[in-house]
Ligand binder design. Structure first.
Ligand code: FUB
Length: 344
């Protein structure tokens, strides 16, 4: 609870700061008839498809576990091009249609292979443990049909599936605190495990190659090293740089860019590597803290430009009722990403 109160106070000061200095958001919400968050964007059939979380007010009080994020279904959105009308394709899947589901449909992602769209989603099982599931459709907008059970050996939250140039698919995942990553040590569940203390090495995100059927892991999940420029792992006290949740992977000019949220310090950061498994070397912040507690994103190329999809709480002012947004992402000649301040 202490963590939550401190972070909440931080987020509150940040929001007040925006008001006092008359800063304006650089982007408008893409969707305003419902609350949406955690946008995973992809280009399918020359259109942009967005797979966000669907935030609702379930009336659950805020806590460190994120119980107030009690989402129950997903809607898929599409745009014919950047800046075009955003189309809501309706409910793509509901948790009542996921046989093993308990509660809390959090940030999803989608991959396409051989005529099938695979929706990957985290949800707590009936024992209240986050696992990752998969559902399929012949259409990018769904509806999606869930597999009868979760992906074997999956755990925690925020799956992000990356297709490498060799046509292999890799799932990056994990999130600490409410995302329960701290309970998984060497892929073994330990219900009573604790968060790291300030001087301990920070918990690392995970990656696993997907099997050819896209419905299982081809290997045991591996921890991903994020190193500082001296080659050292971050400690928990480096919480303005260490991994918290919201992994994404993209490739730019042959390099692997692993991007993620620092959670309680609200930064979106990037780290670059030469290999899909890392190690990745920390480079900096590419999106400064947004309004609200969480920050989550995806990065895509559309035609010749790159775009960042992200969220804030402009419409509601409430941390669990977010709205997705989009802005252009620019690289410098040396491959570094220009830092975005979402309020100017
Ligand atoms: O939307 C629920 C959770 O909040 C996501 O899974 C996290 O990444 C954070 O955005």
């Amino acid at each position: 609870m202490k963590n939550f109160i401190l972070s909440f106070i931080g987020a509150l000061f940040f929001s007040v700061g925006i008001g006092q200095t008359n800063l304006k958001p650089i982007s408008k919400p893409l969707v305003s008839h419902m609350y949406t968050a955690d946008p995973s964007a992809h280009v399918f059939n020359n259109k942009i498809y967005i797979y966000p979380s669907h935030d609702i007010d379930a009336g659950i009080p805020e806590n460190d576990n994120g119980d107030h994020f009690d989402m129950r279904d997903y809607h898929v959105f599409s745009m014919d091009s950047i800046g075009a009308k955003v189309i809501d394709h309706g409910v793509a899947i509901d948790k009542k249609d996921i046989p093993w589901a308990g509660r809390q449909l959090w940030a999803p992602d989608v991959a396409f292979k051989n005529g099938v769209y695979y929706l990957y989603f985290p949800i707590k099982d009936k024992a209240d443990i986050f696992k990752i599931g998969v559902a399929t459709s012949k259409r990018p907008e769904g509806p999606f049909k869930a597999e009868p059970a979760e992906i074997k050996s999956s755990y925690s939250i925020d799956p992000a599936v990356f297709k490498d140039d060799n046509n292999e698919y890799y799932m990056y995942f994990g999130g600490i605190w409410g995302g329960q990553l701290q309970r998984w040590d060497n892929n073994i569940y330990q219900a009573d495990s604790k968060l790291k203390t300030a001087n301990e090495e920070a918990i690392l995100p995970r990656v696993a190659k997907l099997s050819a059927d896209m419905k299982s892991f081809a290997e045991a999940p591996r921890a991903i090293k994020i190193l500082d420029k001296n080659g050292n792992l971050f400690l928990e006290q480096n919480n303005d740089k260490r991994f918290f949740e919201a992994a994404w992977m993209h490739k730019y000019k042959g390099k692997y860019y692993f991007t993620y949220s620092t959670g309680d310090t609200h930064n979106l950061c990037y780290a670059i590597g030469d290999n899909v498994y890392g190690p990745f070397t920390y480079q900096g912040i590419f999106l400064k803290p947004v309004q609200g507690w969480t920050s989550h994103h995806s990065i895509i190329q559309y035609k010749s430009k790159w775009y960042l999809f992200y969220h804030d709480t402009e419409l509601s002012g409430k941390t669990h009722l977010r709205n997705i947004k989009m802005t252009e992402l620019k690289y410098n000649k040396d491959g570094s990403i220009q830092t975005i301040n979402a309020y100017q």
